[in-house]
Design a protein around this ligand. Structure first.
Ligand code: NAP
Length: 321
């Protein structure tokens, strides 16, 4: 569902990385659906979302519309009884996200956010390190995501909910809430861009913290004004985890043992090539696994985590107003 930038990358990654098939494309415009279907070699084109979700040859719907249409797209798929993977963020805000989660749970239909980082092997390594307590007591996360955009890109359009929050801050805030839990306090500063959206945002958040670890802090920076290192760190009292940029895609995982100014053991590095958006197929593979197993959510990105990310985005947005 959708014909934009991410659809092209997703279709390519899906074909290269899985045996799944893209059987139909849906758009608000019949012409755009046909153009995209022809360009991407997809068999059927639908000029409405209703027709797409009613297509009996469609097993799973991937909602890749603009942010404002995630809610309607997800609800259409759920009402049609089709498992649905919804591009990040799950919806515009936590209230909308809750509607998606409630509808999916009431219908018993599989629903997950296409927050692709959570499905990557690299993030699974992070998951294992955290579960195994390798970092000790975790006190902080810092993460940064800045990207240069063409001035005509939709991120500068207030009508399309542009700005650095929904497109970019989703990533660091998803990491911070996944690792440190729910946001309990937020302070943030936003710098306006002449287009009417925020150009950049810096935020410091307090979280509930990990079980038994007490409150923790995250520091997040996102910008549309230029490329930044896009690195992330998770700080523990036994070791610090380093994710060289881009932290949200495939790449190395570095564990640096704590040592202060004294001698410390060498960092442990798990090397992985950077494959960029080719990694988008992992989320599709996980959806297929879950649907085959009769699951309605994925343990890699449960809806509760998508909602926690949306609450964090809401808190940062409120703090910048
Ligand atoms: N996972 C990732 O790495 C990643 C990266 C980028 C974006 N995303 C997410 O994916 C979603 C879509 O982002 P996107 O970058 O693909 O947005 P986009 O290129 O602007 O496409 C969004 C929608 O706009 C419409 N559209 C496309 N071309 C158009 C045109 N020439 N004129 C008018 N409308 C047009 C299409 O819907 P219709 O055909 O129905 O009109 C399309 O589905 C966002 O929610 C974003 O957060 C994820």
């Amino acid at each position: 569902m959708g014909t934009g930038w991410i659809v092209e990358r997703f279709v390519g990654a899906l074909r290269a990385g899985t045996r799944q098939d893209v059987s139909a494309l849906g758009s608000r415009s019949g012409d755009r659906a046909r153009d995209a279907a022809q360009r991407l070699g997809v068999e059927r084109a639908h000029g409405s979302w209703a027709d797409l979700v009613a297509d009996p040859g469609v097993d799973v719907v991937y909602v890749a519309t603009g942010h404002a249409d995630h809610l309607a797209g997800a609800l259409a798929a759920i009402e049609a009884g089709k498992p649905v993977l919804v591009e990040k963020p799950l919806a515009l805000d936590a209230a909308q996200g809750q509607r998606v989660a409630d509808a999916a749970r009431a219908a018993g239909v599989f629903c997950a956010e296409a927050f692709w980082s959570a499905y990557l092997p690299r993030w699974d390594v992070v998951r294992q390190l955290l579960d195994d307590g390798v970092l000790g007591r975790v006190s902080a996360v810092d993460a940064d995501l800045g990207e240069h955009f063409d001035p005509h890109h939709r991120v500068f359009d207030p009508a399309q909910h542009g700005g650095p929050l929904l497109d970019l801050a989703t990533y660091p805030l998803a990491l911070a809430t996944w690792v440190l839990g729910e946001v309990t306090a937020a302070s943030a500063v936003g710098v306006p861009h002449p287009s009417g959206v925020l150009g950049q945002v810096g935020a410091v958040l307090q979280h509930t913290g990990r079980e038994g670890g007490g409150p923790a802090l995250s520091a997040v920076h996102t910008t549309l004004l230029g490329d930044t290192p896009t690195t992330a760190h998770v700080v523990g009292d036994r070791a610090t985890l380093r994710l060289p940029g881009p932290f949200y895609a495939s790449g190395d995982v570095v564990v640096v043992p704590a040592g202060g100014s004294g001698a410390r053991p060498d960092p442990v590095v798990r090397r992985e090539p950077e494959t960029g958006h080719a990694g988008l197929f992992w989320q599709a593979a996980e959806v297929a696994r879950c649907v085959a197993a009769g699951l309605t959510e994925t343990p890699l990105r449960p809806l509760a985590q998508s909602l926690a990310t949306l609450r964090a985005l809401d808190a940062v947005a409120a703090a910048t107003r």
